[in-house]
Design a protein around this ligand. Sequence first.
Ligand code: ADP
Length: 565
Amino acid sequence: MSSSELLTLFDACPHGVFLVDLEGRVTAANRSARCLFDLDPELSLETVWFTEFLESADAQMVREHLAELALVAESGRPDPKVRMLDVYIQPEKTEGRWFEVTMSLNLGNTHTSRLNCASIIVVLADITRHKTIESDLQRQNEKLVRDLAKLSRKMREETRQAQLNYQVAGEQIQLVRDEKKLSDELGARWRSLTENAPQTVMLADRKGKVLFCNRMSASADSNAKSGKRTVQDFIPAQDSSKVRQIIEDVLRQKQNKAYEVNGIDADGNPVWHSISVGPVVTKPGERAESVVLIATDVTQRKLAEESVAKHQEELAHVSRLASMGALTVELAHELNQPLGVIANYVGGCIVAMERPGWDRNRIAQAQHKILGETKRAREITLRILDFLRRRESPRMLTDMNWLLRDTLPLADLEAQKYQVTLLHDGPPDLPEVKVNRVQIQQILINLISNAVQSVAAAAPAKPHVKITTRRVDVDGIEVSVSDNGNGFDPKSADQLFKPLYTTKEKGTGMGLSICRTLVELHGGRITATATPGSGATFTFTIPKYDSDRDAMRVRAEFGAPEVAR
Ligand code: ADP
């Protein structure tokens, strides 16, 4: 190839090609190189240094490569190694671009073993596109790495969450197992407890059909074994409808109820059961569809109660005898009067009838008087007998004012002795209460007698005892006995009702204690208030008769053979 052809080729090369001396001074530049740096074709290149076109960092590296090549050249040993580096060049007028700079010694004739050259060929190949692609790839790569990192973090998080969930699920399974074990244990304990309970335990639906019953209930009724199981089979026939009603009430009101029934055992002895009925609500807020019935044999307690009641009645009886005993003188005096009158009239009649032509009418009149006085005496004895009688009919509906009027003559025996006036005040329309009349009379006589004695001891100007009746609560009665006697120390108000408490020389300390027992048997209360020196007031209440509440009390009372229903 001729020199001119070579020059043409050099100039036409699309890469920028510089020929620089060993110090980096440009000795030749082809068209592309001149275009690239906008070098005037006429410009003498002798004063141009190649590194001028580069950024300082790139220039420094190129200088190092050139210095290396200069050393190689000076050593005279050929070194075909090509020095390369990427540089970014920012021409004045055009956009900045990336170039791959290749530097190699201008070897000249390659066949010579010794190097004889004094120039370096510098080629600048435009690699901007390659760099753009590379940086795009780099960016994509980095994004990929970031996404991967994100993904891996997410996966790690999800794995951790899954592990946690797994752990929680494991714990929950364990919990369920524990709960099941606990509920199995509880169930077993409940079963054993229920089965071996000394009470009869039954589960029944709203119609009374027995869904479950324990051993005690099986032994309580033979029907249970034969499969015929309703609650009614376990209880006396007369209570059957009552139990059905109670089950309905319990389910409707969602409240426990208790009641007592009595019956006869296999040997014909009376037995008592206390039955508690409660609703079974399996989930809070749900309707109760079944009830649990627990029946406890309370026969022993009942017998003990009856025995106590009998003793109380004995005591009350003795107390009545004692109070009548104390009134014997007044009683004799009271009876003496009609008997005296009778004797007079009979004597008069005898004398009159001995005379001839006696007046038949006058004798008849005298006989009427005798009859009247006899009745009066009989009334007195009957009233006393009534009062002293040990047995009494069951409770009867009673007008308290009437009962009081019937009792006052007895109480008056003692009041007259001390010239104490008995006053009675009460509205005529009191509701009737169901009471044991003798017991209420005994309360009244005890209270009035105490009041009379207190008044007699105080001897006030107008000695009196006032008995007041009034309606309280719903159809209940309150009776107050007030006096203007000595009263008592209010601090001892509670003591007064204790047995054997007395401040009297010949007192028994039993009167108020018996009063309290009798009042409580009627479901009422008795209280005492006083102002020392000004008198005392004893008040007791008799509530409206409630058959359910009082059934047991009435049964316990002496002389009440059947439970009042
Ligand atoms: P007793 O009359 O035999 O003492 P009670 O039980 O009837 O027994 O009375 C107990 C005590 O209560 C009396 O001793 C007396 O101190 C007091 N007491 C009862 N009634 C009255 C009253 N109306 N006024 C003052 N004290 C009274």
